[in-house]
Design a protein around this ligand. Structure first.
Ligand code: FES
Length: 152
């Protein structure tokens, strides 16, 4: 039975069917679904004629890619050296307490996914958190709840 055209086909066509564009193809699939569903990755492997293990190795290497459904909002706390020294650990703890989830988890209502990341290249703003691409600088633990309250 022929497979229906979907985001995998569209993304593969968009990038000329080149394995060299695997990351942007995966990003397009993730934008469509909010994460990378296994059936889509298997289809992508067939379309690109590469082992699905190659796709998984890329998908698990980059923190921006997710194999699990994510919340509507992605919170990233930088735990690079400078942010760590400026208290990022306490900010992360405050977020975990506020959301009642551990690092790497998603809230039960799918509102937030919380992760830690390496240096974001904005060390002068340490400690830094990023919510949906919006940077918050010099965040104190007590400010976390207020920041998160602005995201539905
Ligand atoms: S260590 Fe956090 S932005 Fe560099």
């Amino acid at each position: 039975m022929a497979e229906q055209t979907n985001i995998v086909d569209e993304a593969v066509e968009r990038y000329g069917g080149s394995v060299g564009f695997l990351i942007p193809i995966l990003q397009d699939i993730q934008t469509e679904h909010g994460y990378l569903p296994e059936p889509q990755l298997r289809k992508l492997a067939r379309r690109l004629a590469i082992p699905v293990s190659q796709i998984y190795s890329v998908a698990t290497f980059y923190k921006s890619l997710s194999l699990k459904p994510r919340g509507r909002h992605l919170i990233s706390v930088c735990t690079g050296t400078v942010c760590h020294l400026k208290g990022a650990g306490r900010v992360a703890e405050a977020i975990c307490e506020e959301l009642d989830i551990p690092v790497g988890a998603t809230t039960g209502d799918m509102r937030f996914t919380f992760q830690t990341v390496n240096c974001l290249g904005a060390c002068a703003l340490a400690p830094v958190i990023v919510v949906d691409g919006q940077y918050y600088a010099k965040v104190k633990p007590g400010e976390a709840a207020k920041i998160l309250s602005s995201y539905e």
